[in-house]
Every structure is written in C-alpha cells, then in structure tokens.
Design a protein around this ligand. Structure first.
Ligand code: CKP
Ligand code: MG
Length: 311
C-alpha cells in the first residue's frame, strides 16, 4: 500500500516566457494540484499513488511519462480515449505578473467518476489527499470525490483536504456548498486565509471556522499566509511557522509543495513543528524555482535552503 493516495486532474501546462499575444515558444510541463503533491512526496522517498482519468492523446502519454519518471504510482489510472488532456497556459506577462488560462472543459480528467476510484481506494493508503479543484470539474467528478472521502473514512484512512478555490471554475458560494460538507470527512484541512470560510459559514473568522471544524472531527487546520508563513490549529493550540527568505520567481504550485512537505513530515512521524518546518521548506523550494513541481527537493536536498530562515 502507498503512503499517499491522491485523486485529481493532471494538466499539461504550456508556459510562455513573455506575453502570449506576442507569440514565441511554449514549454511543456506537468501540472495539477494533486499530482504536484504526489511528486513532492515521492521525491522525498515516500510511496505515492495518483489516480484520475488520463487521455490516450499525446499529452496524456506525456502526463504518465512524467509521473512514472517521478516514481509516482499510476497503476490505478483510467485511460480515456474519447476526451483530450486538459491544458493550462501559464503566461509570464511581466516579470511580476503571471496569468493562468485553462482549456480543460470536457477534458479526460474532468470525466472522473466513482468507478475510477473503487480499486485504488480498496488498495488502501496511509493518507488520502483531496483538493477543492476536482469537485469543481463536473458532476461526476464531484460525486467521485465525495464518494472517495466517505470510503476513506469508512476504511479508516485519514483524509487531507486542500480547499484550493479556483475562481475560474466556480463561485465562492458553489464551492462552499460542496467543500464545507467535504471538510467534515477530513482530519487535516489546508486553506489560505481567504479560502477558510469556504469550509465554514460565509464571512466567519478564522477562530470560528476552526472551532466548527474541530467540532466536526477535523484535528488539524493549516492556514497558509503566503510570505508570512502558516498557522496550524490543533486542539492543543496554535503554532506559527515563518516562510523562508528566498527569491520568489513562481508562486504557482507553492501551496501544493507546502502540503507535500507537511504530509512527508507526517509520514516520517515528525511532531507538528517538524511537519510545519518541512512544509515551509518545500514551499520555499517551489516559489524560488520555475515550474509547478520541477523545483521540489529530493531528500538529500532538504537542507539546501538552510540559512534562509525568515529574518
Ligand atoms: O495552489 P497551487 O498554486 O499550489 O496549485 C497549483 C496547481 O491544479 C497548478 O498545477 C494547476 O494546474 C492547478 O493548481 C489548477 O487546477 O489550477
Ligand atoms: Mg493552493
């Protein structure tokens, strides 16, 4: 059984070095929040499995090739001959502004359904990681994620949920309607500060949302604060971790890196402080490297950023 099982849509990200409207070369990269987490965890030597629907087109081949190269288990993947791979364009519009465009409606990944997940869930894992992106993709994907969370809980597999609200996919209200009930199945909930009320009452403040999640059985709530680091709430109290002082060149994928670091620490049996430090370390690798997951460290590289502690 893998340490981590995760489910989602892997995308192909086509990146430009300048304005898309001016043309020029695009480079091809693996993207997708859940597969980013799987890669991050696998690079640190844990067993990670990723499942989803992957097109039989060339980009689908590329997706599987990248995941296999990273040592991520893809045995549970369903191939879809009828739909294309979802694409994402990442435009470096200016040195400071990157813009994302999706071409993912009707993609193979968005056609995910419950039957795709039965065998992987039955095989088990130490942790199931889900994000709020997949339920936004289609009715069948939403049902699949709800089913997976319930099946995991029934099988005694703890669930980690990253809220990951995508405004281009759905409104805050639609997201809340789905993600708030989903969070009740999780043991760990991860959100940026502005996403937190999507798993609670509209407009509720951090302490109110956290109290409600604890009441519903969540044991750890991680609130990501960007360059300010993150706060972890557990029934024992609140702990803050600072972000490392690095040069930010690409923040896409930073949240997934943070999650991968946290989960890696959990698989290693680290205490909360150790898990948060590893999360911050992976977040720092992600923001200071280009690509959604390319810059993530192997285990021997974890100490590369020592000395970059927040000032
Ligand atoms: O929250 P993050 O910046 O870590 O997530 C980035 C990923 O899956 C990225 O790889 C992209 O493909 C996506 O989120 C998405 O669907 O937006
Ligand atoms: Mg995120």
């Amino acid at each position: 059984t893998p340490d981590l099982l995760t489910v989602g849509e892997a995308l192909v990200s086509l990146r430009s070095a300048g304005p898309l409207a001016a043309g020029g070369a695009l480079t091809t990269h693996l993207a997708g929040a859940e597969s980013n987490v799987a890669v991050g965890v696998a690079r640190l030597g844990h067993r990670a499995a990723w499942v989803g629907r992957v097109s039989t087109d060339e980009f689908g081949e590329f997706t599987l090739r990248q995941l296999r190269a990273e040592g991520v288990g893809v045995d549970g993947v369903t191939r879809d001959p009828d739909r294309p791979t979802g694409l994402m364009f990442l435009e470096q519009r200016t040195a400071d502004v990157t813009r994302v465009q999706y071409h993912r409606a009707g993609s193979a990944g968005s056609a995910l359904r419950v039957d795709d997940l039965r065998a992987p869930l039955a095989a088990g894992a130490r942790m199931l990681h889900l994000t709020g992106i997949t339920p936004a993709l289609s009715d069948t994907a939403r049902e699949a994620i709800r089913w997976a969370a319930e099946a995991a809980v029934a099988a005694g597999i703890p669930v980690c949920l990253d809220v990951n609200h995508r405004v281009r996919l759905w409104s805050r209200d639609s997201a809340r309607e789905v993600l708030a009930p989903l969070a009740g199945h999780a043991s760990t909930v991860i959100a940026s500060a502005d996403e937190l009320d999507l798993v609670g009452d509209p407009g509720a403040d951090e302490s109110a949302v956290v109290a409600e999640l604890f009441r519903r059985g969540v044991d750890t709530v991680l609130v990501k604060l960007g360059s300010e680091g993150a706060r972890a709430h557990t029934p024992a109290g609140v702990e803050h971790v600072g972000a490392l002082a690095v040069t930010a060149v690409d923040t896409v994928g930073a949240g997934d890196a943070f999650t991968a670091g946290y989960l890696s620490g959990w698989f290693d049996g680290l205490d909360l402080t150790g898990r948060l430090r590893r999360a911050a370390t992976l977040g720092a690798f992600a923001v200071s490297s280009r690509g959604d997951c390319e810059g993530l460290p192997r285990r021997a590289e974890l100490s590369l950023l020592d000395g970059h502690e927040a000032g």
